[in-house]
Ligand binder design. Structure first.
Ligand SMILES: NC(=O)c1ccc[n+]([C@@H]2O[C@H](COP(=O)([O-])OP(=O)(O)OC[C@H]3O[C@@H](n4cnc5c(N)ncnc54)[C@H](O)[C@@H]3O)[C@@H](O)[C@H]2O)c1
Length: 370
């Protein structure tokens, strides 16, 4: 593993973008993969400025993706990985171009803007030779992976209930009306798809619920609405969940939770124990055992089932989980493809997420998700 030399391009990620630099840093830190090419913005000057900031040569900053794939294919040192960091509506067309070019894809979530698009993507991936993974950030935290492994090992018995909460407050005001580009596309159905908060952060909570329990959500009763006047997409999204083993769940996500920055947590209860995790202390996993005793699992605990591959206690900001995800992705490209849609989210996890938010937008009452 790790013998092949990889070069990465990115679409999206110009100055001011949130996630582009995280991809660059995660790729470098996690897998020694360099960002060497890209179309960082639809605006040529902004794209060129981004290339400078990323250390990408001007001749490899392309005016559009078609030019990029053609030029890179003609180079001996051309890219073999594409990171997708654009608003949601571009995820599918860019991924299809990458598949046609035989380039591996690491895409930001959601997989696509709509379910029909996600199904097209799954088919195209099955017919092509590109590996595909999704940066569901929170699946890259070692203690989240530990939780998943503990559940799978029976540490809390049969899962009975999960409560997952993801609250932000930055869209409590209509920032989209005052020129905030990030808020503008997230509140625009043409660029976000049919989900607002549900597609932006609800989908992370939904993925986390399935990821740590190892169970699919069989049905949900959602309540998602725009609460800030003038919006058409939900900015607050909650749901009762039934997991496929009969367990219950509550998913709370909101972007109008005034004062919250990125408040993500889960409490998971089995018939023989419980697990608690919060992003406020992401290096800690609280395990309540069947006898009522409590263990605080840390990266330095001797008996972990899963060990992060980067220095424990280095801090677990958003870059570190990206580094884990990129390391897994490059391992998958270099031969360990079984990680995808196992520990590393792939198109199947992507489809589940898109189904989650599109069902909310189109369904009523209890919605079947199997
Ligand atoms: N994994 C996570 O934790 C996480 C966090 C934030 C965002 N995201 C996802 O990442 C994606 C981007 O979100 P963001 O917050 O960085 O958005 P953003 O608005 O901050 O940045 C989007 C970037 O895409 C560029 N772009 C737009 N149209 C383009 C085009 N046609 N060609 C090339 N570039 C183009 C913009 O110039 C901008 O640089 C979204 O799909 C979002 O859901 C994921």
């Amino acid at each position: 593993m790790g013998q092949t030399r990889h070069g990465m391009a990115m679409v999206g990620g110009a100055a001011g973008s949130f996630i582009g630099p995280v991809h660059q840093l995660g790729a470098k830190l996690g897998a020694q993969v360099d960002l060497v090419a890209g179309v960082f913005s639809a605006d040529r000057d902004r794209s060129l400025a981004a290339a400078v900031s990323y250390g990408v040569a001007a001749e490899r900053c392309y005016p559009d993706t078609a030019t990029m794939f053609a030029a890179e294919a003609a180079r001996d040192d051309g890219i073999d990985i594409l990171a997708i960091a654009t608003p949601n509506h571009l995820h599918l067309p860019v991924a299809i171009e990458a598949i046609t070019a035989g380039v591996h894809i690491i895409s930001d979530k959601p997989a696509t803007a709509t379910l029909a698009e996600a199904e097209i993507l799954r088919e195209a991936l099955a017919a092509g030779r590109s590996r595909y993974a999704l940066t569901y950030t929170y699946s890259g935290y070692p203690m989240v992976r530990e939780a998943r492994a503990r559940v799978a090992a029976g540490a809390i018995g049969t899962v009975r209930k999960i409560v997952v909460t993801y609250a932000q407050g930055w869209l409590a005001r209509p920032l989209e009306a005052s020129g905030n580009a990030r808020a503008a596309w997230r509140t625009d159905p043409a660029r976000s798809g049919p989900g607002g908060c549900s597609a932006d952060i609800g989908v992370h909570a939904f993925h986390l619920a399935e990821y740590v329990t190892g169970l699919r959500v069989a049905a949900m009763l959602p309540d998602a609405r725009p609460l800030v006047p003038g919006r058409t997409l939900d900015d607050d999204c909650n749901a009762l969940l039934h997991l496929e083993n009969g367990a219950g769940g509550v998913l709370i996500s909101s972007q109008v939770a005034f004062g919250e920055r990125n408040a993500l947590s889960f409490q998971l209860y089995g018939d023989g124990g419980a697990l608690h995790w919060t992003i406020d202390a992401p290096d800690r996993l609280r395990l309540v055992r069947g006898d009522g005793s409590v263990a605080l699992l840390l990266p330095t605990s001797p008996d972990l089932l899963v060990r992060g591959r980067f220095a424990p206690t280095l801090g677990q900001g958003i870059i570190m989980p990206f580094a884990e995800i990129y390391r897994d992705f490059v391992d998958a490209i270099d031969g360990d493809g079984g990680r995808i849609d196992g520990v590393l989210p792939g198109i199947e996890a992507g489809l589940r997420g898109v189904r989650f938010f599109e069902s909310i937008a189109t369904g009523t009452g209890w919605i079947d998700l199997l």
